[in-house]
Design a protein around this ligand. Structure first.
Ligand code: WTA
Length: 652
């Protein structure tokens, strides 16, 4: 980045005129949301239907040892009724979900709100028949098929708590999550088609269930018909049961603070933690951000390319859009199948108006040439969005010029599994965008930049440090499932009185925020969060591995790649085969997304005299930037560093 002011791109006068918020509206609403959060959210809390309206709005504390987050706490509602039933009278025949299958040869589905209602009620009755009750946990391990949305909403309808496990996770990772939340039921499918290949989901579930209580039941959706083994009494056929199930199911009355879902996510230490989101505040926040950030208007066709296995799929494929009565597109496939034009083919086919994807996808497609985009009529597009990682200006410009033809505002949305919804983003009718900047806080969001060392707030407009939030917002996670202490320790102990996001950031002279990446041991691989500790513990579980240290390094397409330093057991010879074996091993322990990119054999790891691995040094070597290793005099054995440098894997 240079010191000169970056280019900015103002929305057109026409866009501004139609937008939910122009600059003045944003300023006014933002100021109100910070000056009087309770007043602001009392008003906007009414955007959803309450069974019993709330009288209390905000009851929150970030005080370490006493962290408590409650919104609308005496209100009751049902999330599924908000996403479906309340739209039936006015838009029952409108398409709620457009489903685009992996193969363009297979027919797309258009599911109306009425049909969604029927399917969700049936699924809810099936869950009840299988013994699922209010408060019980249900793990969902499904491809991107409409049944994934039915399953989420069916849980919400009866008050069960869902926990979705991304279909790319291995049986071991799946078992850990089933056991972690003590799920009663897992919902899966025979196979998951993706990019022309099939993942054997049911076999994975079978393998996982070997490590779970034998009371856990398994509901199986037929997707391909490729059937595997069947255990009577444990496995249940969804398609068969749906034929019999009643399509009447009254929505349960839930408290605003009853959990809606648990979603496991990686942190800098230990195993993934179960992020808990509750019902009222989460839905208000997901719906409001969906409307304002994407400037969604009635009748628009909106597409978020994420998977429901990640938080983006929760908030911006299912809950936010459906709460707003939107038409949301759900895509089963990948951007490069059958070729690198698939995203644009789908945009043309379904006349998509808002398109939301990850920088890694843009970088991958950018490399394939513009002809894949230019073949298609993209005139329906009004707005583009990105999420998951910082977007490099080159990718931003390509997105803007080649995809958006310079007409579509780009919203770069910074947020996290923990935040439930967008935290920093330009509002498309209010802000001139800047390539690479997530820019402005959403309503009710109070970002601060702290000096990383002292923890002091930096008040000057131009600032660089760690990003924290000063006060709560309705979409905030409430706790870590079963471990409130871990919740407090992870997010509220480093900087007392603040929520610490784990990201570094810079605030420029205009007060715009630029995310500089994680400041902890979490890496971001293709927009997926990965704890280096998880990959390390998978590696050391291998019998030939004595020790391992994992860091991220810059990767052209993935953003960050996974760089592993591995010390082998005495007597084990390094070889290419062993590299392959370790890669496969990590894929089976965690899943393909954790597959190591580079494995360096390390006779020793740089440690302090007290035995702590000096990751700073390992990061520098992985970045091929060892000229600035800093002080290495405190190392127990400085010579190991020379060996690591000489044999580094990422030589320019
Ligand atoms: C990163 C995904 C820069 C960040 C919604 C954050 C981003 C982590 C952006 C959360 C962005 C997400 N610019 N970095 N627009 N969006 N991140 O929980 O490091 O999977 O802490 O949530 O992704 O990842 P998570």
């Amino acid at each position: 980045m240079t010191d000169s002011a970056p280019a900015t791109y103002a929305p057109s006068a026409e866009f501004i005129a139609n937008a939910h918020a122009d600059a003045a509206t944003y300023e006014k609403m933002y100021a109100a949301s910070i000056e009087d959060p309770a007043g602001f959210w009392a008003e906007h809390g009414k955007r959803i239907d309450w069974i019993k309206p709330f009288t209390q709005v905000k009851n929150t504390s970030f005080e370490f040892g006493n962290v408590n987050i409650r919104w609308f706490e005496d209100g009751t509602l049902n999330v599924a009724a908000n996403c479906i039933d309340r739209h039936l009278a006015t838009r029952g025949d409108q398409t709620a979900i457009i489903w685009e299958p992996d193969s363009p040869e297979e027919e797309a589905k258009h599911i109306t709100y009425k049909q969604l209602h029927t399917s969700v009620c049936r699924m809810a009755n099936i869950l009840e028949e299988l013994g699922v009750r209010k408060g019980d946990r249900v793990v969902i391990y499904l491809p991107m098929i409409p049944e994934a949305a039915y399953a989420m909403l069916a849980c919400a309808r009866i008050g069960a708590i869902h926990s979705i496990v991304f279909a790319g996770f291995s049986p071991d990772a799946l078992a850990a999550r089933i056991n972690g939340c003590d799920a009663k039921l897992i919902i899966t499918a025979d196979e998951a088609p993706r990019g022309g290949r099939k993942t054997p989901l049911k076999s994975n579930a079978d393998a996982a269930l070997l490590h779970c209580k034998d009371t856990v039941k398994c509901l199986v959706v037929k997707r391909t018909g490729g059937q595997t083994t069947w255990i009577d009494g444990r496995d249940f056929d969804y398609n068969e049961m749906a034929l019999e199930a009643s399509d009447v199911c009254a929505p349960a009355e839930m408290n605003a603070e009853d959990p809606l879902f648990i979603l496991y996510t990686s942190g800098s230490t230990g195993q993934p933690k179960g992020v808990v989101h509750t019902s009222g505040g989460y839905l208000v926040y997901a719906a409001m951000t969906h409307q304002y950030t994407f400037d969604y208007h009635d009748g628009d066709i909106y597409w978020c390319t994420a998977d429901v296995g990640w938080v983006t799929g929760h908030s911006y494929i299912v809950y936010g859009p459906l709460a707003n009565g939107a038409t949301t597109l759900m895509f089963e496939g990948v951007p490069t199948y059958p070729d690198a034009g698939r995203f644009w083919a789908v945009c043309e086919k379904h006349k998509v108006n808002q398109f939301y994807t990850a920088p890694t996808a843009i970088r991958a497609l950018m490399g394939q040439g513009t002809e894949f985009v230019e073949k298609y009529d993209l005139s329906s597009l009004k707005l583009l969005g990105t999420v998951g990682e910082p977007i490099n200006p080159e990718a931003w410009n390509w997105y803007n010029d080649v995809v958006g033809k310079g007409r579509c505002p780009i919203v770069d949305t910074w947020w996290q599994t923990e935040t439930g919804g967008h935290m920093l983003t330009p509002l498309p009718g209010a802000h001139a965008t800047k390539p690479g900047s997530a820019q402005k806080p959403f309503f009710g969001v109070h970002p601060v930049v702290l000096d990383a060392q002292t923890g002091e707030e930096i008040h000057a407009t131009e600032a660089e440090g760690v990003l924290c939030l000063k006060d709560s917002w309705p979409g905030q996670m409430r706790t870590v499932w079963g471990d409130h202490e871990r919740f407090e320790k992870t997010y509220f102990s480093d900087y007392k009185g603040y929520y610490f996001a784990g990201d570094g950031c810079r605030r420029d002279a205009d007060g715009d925020y630029w995310i500089t990446g994680r400041v902890d041991d979490v890496i971001n691989v293709s927009g997926h969060r990965m704890g280096t500790a998880e990959v390390e513990s998978a590696l050391v579980a291998h019998p030939k591995v004595a020790e391992a240290a994992v860091v991220g390094y810059p990767h052209d397409v993935k953003g960050q790649g996974i760089y592993c330093y591995v010390t082998l057991m005495n007597g084990v010879e390094p070889s290419e085969e062993l590299r392959k074996e370790l890669r496969t091993w990590v894929r089976t322990e965690i899943g393909p997304i954790a597959s190591p990119d580079l494995i360096q054999w390390a006779p020793g790891l740089p440690k302090t005299r007290s035995g702590k691995i000096m990751r700073r040094i390992l990061r520098k070597i992985a970045e091929d930037d060892f000229g600035s290793l800093g002080d290495t005099s405190t190392l127990a054995e400085p010579a190991v560093v020379d060996d690591l440098i000489a044999n580094r894997m990422n030589k320019a």
